[in-house]
Design a protein around this ligand. Structure first.
Ligand SMILES: CC(C)(COP(=O)(O)OP(=O)(O)OC[C@H]1O[C@@H](n2cnc3c(N)ncnc32)[C@H](O)[C@@H]1OP(=O)(O)O)[C@@H](O)C(=O)NCCC(=O)NCCS
Length: 198
């Protein structure tokens, strides 16, 4: 039985472990090991501001966290606390896209619809907060989920990380004028469905 709930500060140690495992294991075939290690170390992580804002969620599977991800009403597009510097001002829902942030699934739980379940919750909440579109910066392993959720690539660029190591990523965007238009998976209880994405 999967349960989706807001993340709390007490979840942070478990989330850091999950994110490290997911970032390396699920990057195979998309990034070299060096690229995966670099982005996992220097970019991936918990943004504790989202937990404080109650816009970051976890999915539990029998009390163990199986996946995490969220949305943001703030300017930062990607990166955990270690990648942040300075204030993170609020966006204006009338003109700015909300952010989709930091989706990670436990490697053994991949391709069971958990990412889609989180996306559906984020879409609903961002729409309820008055946002009209969503933006994110995706890793290459993240792109198939976001494409299946109605996002389109608007820009490709590379992150320059210590090493030096360059890691390709993509900026993606979608409208949320119709919240049912890209991620119609139920988001509470039971095994999520695997089909039906527009
Ligand atoms: C991206 C990620 C969160 C996806 O989570 P997930 O729970 O496995 O995704 P879902 O099972 O909900 O997939 C939904 C749909 O997305 C697409 N999809 C997801 N992962 C895919 C993959 N590896 N290959 C092809 N399509 C994929 C499929 O259309 C899938 O539907 P289907 O299984 O019915 O074919 C997960 O792969 C992950 O944690 N990756 C490593 C961390 C990372 O890079 N996160 C993104 C940060 S921007």
């Amino acid at each position: 039985m999967f349960e989706l709930r807001p993340a709390t500060p007490d979840d942070i140690p478990a989330l850091q472990g999950l994110i490290a495992r997911s970032g390396v294991a699920l990057s195979v075939g998309y990034y070299t090991r060096e690229q995966a290690d670099a982005i996992t170390c220097h970019v991936f992580g918990v943004d504790s501001q989202l937990i404080a804002d109650r816009t970051y969620h976890v999915i539990e599977d029998n009390a163990a966290i199986a996946a995490c991800g969220g949305w943001s009403r703030r300017r930062t597009l990607f990166g955990g606390d270690q990648a942040k510097a300075g204030p993170d001002p609020l966006l204006d829902p009338a003109v700015d896209p909300a952010r989709i942030r930091a989706f990670f699934v436990e490697p053994a739980m991949a391709r069971r619809g958990l990412g889609r379940m989180l996306m559906y919750r984020c879409l609903r909440e961002a729409k309820a907060a008055g946002f009209r579109s969503l933006e994110l910066v995706s890793t290459l392993p993240g792109e198939p989920l976001y494409a299946a959720s109605g996002f389109e690539v608007t820009e490709r660029f590379e992150l320059s990380l210590p090493g030096p190591i360059r890691v390709p990523v993509a900026r993606m965007r979608r409208s949320i004028a119709d919240p049912a238009g890209g991620a119609p998976t139920p988001d509470a209880g039971g095994a999520p469905s695997r089909g039906g994405v527009a």
